[in-house]
Design a binder for this molecule. Sequence first.
Ligand SMILES: *Cc1c(COP(=O)(O)O)cnc(C)c1O
Length: 247
Amino acid sequence: MGNTVEENLKTVRQQIALACEGSGRNVADIQLLLATKTVPLEKLHMAVQAGEQLFGENKVQELRDKYPLMQQSNDLEWHFIGHLQTNKVKEVVKYVTMIHSVDRLKLGQVLHDQLVKENRTMDILVQINTSYEDSKFGASPETALELVEALSQFDTLHIKGLMTIGKLNATNDETRQCFRLLKQLSTQIQERNIPHVEMKHLSMGMSGDFSIAIEEGATIVRVGTNVFGPRYLPDEYYWNEHKKIED
Ligand SMILES: *Cc1c(COP(=O)(O)O)cnc(C)c1O
C-alpha cells in the first residue's frame, strides 16, 4: 500500500458509498472510525487534514500519548475500541466520548462508580463475540440481552448499541453471519424497550469486511489498515492479551 493516507481515505470513502448504494442505505448513516493502533501521529495528522474527525484506540497507553497532540487540531472525537481492564477506567474516561468494548458487568460497575464521582455520563456499546472464537473478547450472544439489562441499571452509562469483530480469515458468508447475528440481537434488545438503552449503533466491519458490514446494517465501521497501511504487531496482541485475567 504505497498510497498516501489521503488517497486511501478517498478509496475507503468510495467503497463505503458503493456498499451503501448496493444495499439501499444512506452514506450519512455510516460513520467511519479510523482505528489508529500503532499508527504514528504524523499519519493521524494527515487523516485530520483530509477532514477525518473520529478515531479509535485499543490501548490506554497509546491514547494517552496521542491525545494531547491530536487535540491541537479541532473537534476530534476518540472512541475506545480495545479490551478495557478495570484498572484503566479512571484514565480512559478522560479521553473518550464512547467505549465500544463493554463486555462484562464488572466493567460496567467500575465505569459507573467512576462516572458518578465525576458527575458525568458515557456512551457505551456492548461488545458481543459473534464468531465464538476464543481469541476474542465480548459477551457471548446467548448472554447479550441479560448483560444489557444488567448494565442498564447504571444510569451513567448510555447504552447506544452493540459492537462486534467479525470472524477473521473466514469466508464472506461466515463473516456475514456474524454481522447478521449482531443485528438480530440488537433488534431483540430494542424490542424490550429497556430504560437507558437505545439500539442506535452497530459498530461492525474492519478493513477486510466493512462492505459486508454495511450491507448488514453497520452504522460505525472501524478501519485501520486500508487507510494507514499494514501494522507490525499481530492483532492478537490487542485482542487476547490478558484474556485470562479479565479483571
Ligand atoms: C485494529 C482494529 C480495527 C481495524 O482493523 P483493520 O483490519 O486494520 O481495519 C477495528 N476494530 C478493532 C477492535 C481493532 O482492534
